[in-house]
Design a protein around this ligand. Structure first.
Ligand code: G3I
Ligand code: 9MR
Length: 567
């Protein structure tokens, strides 16, 4: 049976850095010896013994670890377990995750609105521009009218990325996405200089990561009402489109009510962009200053409208047409205040922002998500620890302690887990978009590594990257176009409608979600535990959609690991 490919052996299907940990998980009852061989199974390059069985706390299934970290030779290999079979092939080499890093950033290019994607950059997934009507014809929803923009006003609000498998554009979700991408640039500027993704802007004087981010930033800027600085919550069709190509989707689109969460996420990202684009004033004249001005105005609007949350049901009770696209609703903006205050403070060096909100309301350290951005502010404060004013400097020891304590909590007992990953210690990790839970845990651990230089954080960040690329209870590599057990049918309109078998590449599937069967009612779920509740079916938007806010921490993690691989 050693001759057969076994679905019971789970590993990162791309590969391993020569000096990093290398682990495969063997599900079931096999015990004893394993080998690593050449893909033809002829030459044994490593021998080892499977660990004792560990029970998966979520599914109750047994699994053992094949640890071949001792193998440091470059090459392509498989893991062989006698009586079970062999794994998919994987590589050991330097830069082994460069392709995923590039591919996942390139994924954003494929989500671009308002521009043709020619074969030169988009290959087989070349397609005409979508939503060109946004250049001239975006309507103001009755929930969004203002004296300066009465009903009937028509706006221009082009560019940006499609949020996910749907074609709408949401400021809240754009905020954390761009913030995360820009943070990779701030944390690893040298790596980003050579991070080329073959986009139309490649070869200009601006790193591709920044050029890609600009595509969305420029759209975000159009979402601010020039009259009062408020920011529309989203730009959307009233209803989701069918499974059609973007250029065929030409329903009327609206900007809807301004919200405090949109204004603050916008303020945070614009403040961050303001300091990042400052050195590019020759290439992008005026842009950095415009970003800071926009950030300050959005902040001021939020100060005057702190209770203006976006509540879709309430809006639909009062106005027509009903808006039924993603809500990104949030009942608590305290974390958005923290993020915006931290970014504005660091960029402007004005203590007033630091004093304006309670940056440390409690000691909670919530993992970042679109609804929870507190830590993005904390990451920024420690990132700029050397240039903080005395006011903030006094809080630094406490802040660092909290961030490191958070990371210590994440890595606690990973060695007792069936899959030996930070991800999945609790069934609570398997929510809608669980792949981003894994990626954001990885980002948090990279932050702890940067604070401490302690490699245990880096090693544990890599366990979650291994998770995303195949070392998980489904056996899928969750990044489209990569790995051997590939996601082929994501809930992603272009991938469904383009007539090409392979999905658009470089996109991160949402991943297992314990509540998915109830949430999307797609047929075909058979799993009995949350860590396996995933189907590679395009109707499964609660387990197999893609989204920009999930791709961004993937780009961060892949980029950071590439940058730090020899650490
Ligand atoms: O966080 C709670 C968790 O504490 C709780 O244990 C668990 C149990 O149900 O629920 C968790 O909340 C879930 C949350 O996602 C987690 O982020 C909610 O149930 C779930 O409804 C919510 O789903 C959101 C989904 O929209 C539906 O509103 C996703 O976060 C969000 O990423 C997704 O975003 C959609 C946009 O609306 C439209 N565009 C596509 C995009 C991606 O699917
Ligand atoms: O395509 C939509 C996806 O982006 C959202 O995440 C999801 C939940 O809001 O909704 C999807 O649209 C579905 C709609 O909610 C119900 N009818 C079927 C749509 C998918 O084809």
């Amino acid at each position: 049976r050693a001759q057969e490919l076994s679905p019971l052996i789970r590993l990162n299907q791309i590969g391993f850095y020569p000096n990093a940990a290398k682990i495969a998980i063997v599900v079931g009852d096999a015990a004893g010896e394993f080998q690593v061989t050449t893909p033809d199974l002829k030459k044994v390059v490593f021998k080892g013994t499977l660990s004792a069985a560990r029970q998966n706390a979520i599914s109750g299934k047994n699994a053992r670890t094949a640890d071949f970290s001792g193998l440091k030779t470059a090459g392509t290999f498989v893991v062989v377990v006698p009586g079970v079979g062999h794994s998919y092939p994987f590589e050991i080499k330097n830069d082994v995750h460069r392709a995923v890093a590039i591919g996942s950033l390139k994924g954003f290019y494929y989500q671009r609105i308002s521009i043709d994607l020619p074969p030169q950059y988009a290959g087989a997934w070349s397609r005409p521009a979508g939503h060109v009507q946004e250049d001239t014809h975006v309507l103001v929803h009755p929930s969004a009218v203002s004296p300066g923009r009465p009903e009937g006003t028509v706006l221009s609000s082009p560019r940006g990325w499609y949020d996910a498998g749907d074609y709408n554009k949401y400021i809240v979700n754009s905020g954390i996405t761009v913030g995360t991408l820009l943070s990779l640039y701030e944390d690893f500027p040298q790596f980003c200089q050579q991070f080329e993704t073959n986009i139309p802007e490649s070869g200009n004087k601006i790193p591709d990561l920044l050029d890609e981010s600009l595509w969305n930033l420029r759209w975000m800027l159009t979402m601010q009402d020039p009259a009062d600085g408020g920011v529309y919550h989203k730009l959307t069709n009233p209803r989701f489109d069918g499974m059609i190509m973007p250029d065929k989707a030409n329903k009327e689109r609206y900007v809807v009510q301004k919200s405090v969460t949109a204004a603050l996420d916008f303020a945070a990202v614009m403040a961050q962009a303001g300091r990042i684009f400052k050195p590019f004033s020759r290439e992008l004249p005026g842009l950095a200053d415009s970003c800071v001005t926009a950030a300050v105005r959005a902040w001021e609007w939020a100060r005057k409208n702190p209770n203006q949350l976006y509540r879709q049901n309430e809006i639909n009770e009062k106005f027509d047409p009903d808006v039924l696209s993603g809500e990104y609703g949030d009942r608590d903006a305290s974390d958005e205040w923290i993020w915006a205050a931290a970014e504005l403070y660091v960029t402007t060096r004005d203590d007033a922002y630091y004093k304006a909100v309670n940056l440390f309301p409690d000691e909670k350290m919530p993992l970042p998500s679109w609804a929870q951005v507190r830590l993005l502010g904390y990451y920024t404060l420690v990132r700029f620890e050397k240039s903080l004013s005395p006011l903030a400097r006094k809080d630094l020891p406490k802040l660092k302690k909290q961030l490191i304590g958070f990371a210590d909590g994440l890595i606690l007992d990973v060695d007792k887990q069936a899959y030996q990953t930070v991800m999945g210690k609790s069934a609570q990790d398997y929510i809608w978009g669980s792949s981003a839970v894994a990626a954001n845990q990885g980002v948090a651990l990279i932050q702890a590594y940067r604070l401490t230089s302690d490699k245990k954080y880096l090693r544990n960040a890599l366990t979650n990257f291994d998770y995303l690329l195949g070392r998980n209870a489904t056996g899928y590599c969750f990044v489209t176009g990569f790995g051997d057990k590939q996601v082929m049918n994501p809930h992603h309109r272009p991938s469904v409608a383009d007539g090409i078998e392979a999905p658009v590449p470089g996109l991160l599937s949402g991943g297992p979600n314990g509540n998915a069967p109830k949430q999307d009612k797609c047929a075909g779920y058979t799993a009995s535990s949350a860590d396996e509740m995933f189907i590679d079916s395009s109707c499964s938007y609660a387990s197999n959609e893609i989204a920009i806010n999930w791709n961004a921490p993937l780009v961060y993690l892949a980029g950071a690991l590439e940058a730090l691989q020899k650490a």
